[in-house]
Design a protein around this ligand. Structure first.
Ligand code: PFF
Length: 459
């Protein structure tokens, strides 16, 4: 059997470094900004249950597969997939799967950076004290006037993109380890403080019920697709980001245990964010389906009314900036390593090229909240379309191919050797899941969701 190879681009300094970096990639705007608003837009509890099911039945097995593939190949995703396909006697065309991941990373970063910019702006908005004793209408006005101005958003989008590229150009390992080490505990503490505030509103019970009491009538096939897509998005799966982090992982670490820790942390952050936000929504008669502005229209109310709110608010938005930052880095990392390893560019040059391209594309997202808000393609704004294309189509498709690759293309012996958990129940369950359950589930949800989204069937 082929030997395990050494990394051509370095290794993490420890197992913790990998866990922190991968958790840093997973925990981001997806948990704090996106999870609450898509939950609100898709009716609450039933959506959350489907999302949690997808995390367990699809997210965990695919994350194990992706880390394993990355560590086995030890290169950028495109090259890794080609190499492992050849090793297993399959067609090198599997590299196109890596190519789709690189493209998805580019597209996601373009809008991720815009929303990262919103959070940056909110650090300063909160610090200025505008939210002190604010009313729901006041907070809404601040948000609408902010997203109504393309120029202000452009400035913050630019700053966020530069922050991302500066770290990536230096190599992800060193900076990331330090950032993630204080970020995770800090984020948890602040989320607990926010949940504590939500408990003091008289709508905490309503919020909990909205999140956990399923009303399946409120869920459409398209909603199920969005929930599944979000399981990929929130765990950074289906596009090679976790694969590239896995490529820096040493041979001695347990992939399964590490995966469980990352998934647990990521899911906890999302649920805490939901628990913090929905009681505020109901206490103030706000609309759960308010869309991408949801956290910006709810959390400032909490900060405006809790003791020490300005301090906690500033700290919270700073933490979210960091969480977004450690994710945005991983979105572009597959593209950067590919440009460096395949085309011989230097890291800084690769960063400048990809930074400029994604920045330009991001302008479309900025405008979709103001000047282009009436421009619709397939009934969606530019931002909605980009989000649907990436999170609901490209990531699940990438994940599907990854599970097929790990289960049907790679040799059983190779996966046994990489996972190093013996041939017991854990290995067999993983293999059963990636061989049958994951691909089947993704295909069913995918087909019904797309048909529903384009209006062919109403489910
Ligand atoms: N997981 C990140 C979040 O939840 O914010 C977003 C993300 C990062 C998606 C990296 C995909 C990815 F490859």
């Amino acid at each position: 059997m082929a030997q395990q190879r050494n990394s051509i681009h370095g290794e993490w300094s420890s197992r913790w470094a990998f866990i922190l970096a991968a958790t840093g990639s997973a925990v981001g705007l997806g948990n704090i900004w996106k999870f609450p608003y898509i939950t609100g837009a898709n009716g609450g509890g039933a959506f959350v249950i489907v999302y949690l099911l997808c995390i367990v039945a699809i997210g965990i097995p695919i994350m194990i597969a992706e880390i394993m593939i990355g560590r086995r190949g030890r290169r950028n995703p495109i090259h890794t997939l080609q190499l492992l396909a050849e090793e297993a006697g399959a067609h090198p065309r599997w590299r196109y799967l890596g190519g789709m991941g690189v493209l998805a990373g580019f597209l996601i970063l373009s809008y991720y950076s815009v929303i990262g910019g919103w959070v940056l702006a909110y650090v300063f908005r909160t610090a200025s004290g505008v939210f002190d004793e604010a009313t729901a209408e006041g907070v809404e006005t601040v948000f609408q006037s902010f997203v109504g101005q393309p120029m202000a958003q452009m400035v913050w989008h630019t700053i966020f993109m530069i922050m991302t590229m500066v770290v990536v150009s230096r190599g992800v390992q060193s900076g990331l380890e330090k950032a993630a080490r204080f970020l995770m505990p800090g984020l948890f503490v602040l989320l607990f403080i926010l949940v504590g505030y939500s408990m003091t509103t008289d709508s905490f019970g309503d919020g909990v019920r909205y999140l956990f009491q399923p009303d399946f009538a409120a869920l459409t096939a398209k909603g199920v697709l969005i929930a599944m897509g979000h399981a990929f998005f929130t765990l950074s799966l289906g596009m090679g980001a976790i694969m590239i982090y896995g490529s820096y992982l040493s041979h001695n670490e347990s992939i399964v245990r590490t995966t469980l820790m990352i998934v647990a942390a990521d899911t906890a952050v999302s649920l805490l964010a939901g628990l913090a936000i929905f009681p505020i929504v109901f206490a103030n008669n706000l609309e759960p389906g308010a869309g991408p502005g949801l956290i910006f229209q709810t959390l400032p109310l909490a900060f405006g009314h809790m003791p020490g709110g300005t301090f906690f608010g500033v700290l919270f938005f700073i933490m979210v900036v960091f969480a977004a930052w450690t994710s945005s880095i991983s979105l572009i990392e597959p593209a950067i390593t590919w440009m460096v390893e395949r085309h011989g560019l230097t890291r800084p040059a690769a960063c400048i090229i990809s930074g400029v391209l994604t920045w330009v594309l991001g302008i479309g997202t900025v405008l979709s909240f103001n000047d282009w808000s009436d421009v619709r393609l397939f009934g969606k704004t530019f931002f909605d379309l980009l989000d649907f294309l990436t999170a609901s189509i490209m990531l699940p498709l990438g994940g599907l191919c990854i599970s097929i690759f790990a289960a049907w293309v790679m040799l059983r012996e190779t996966t046994l050797q990489e996972l190093a958990i013996g041939n017991g129940t854990v290995y067999r369950s993983w293999r059963f899941l990636v061989r049958y359950i994951t691909p089947l589930a993704v295909i069913v949800v995918f087909v019904s969701g797309i048909l529903n989204a384009i209006g062919v069937v109403t489910l």
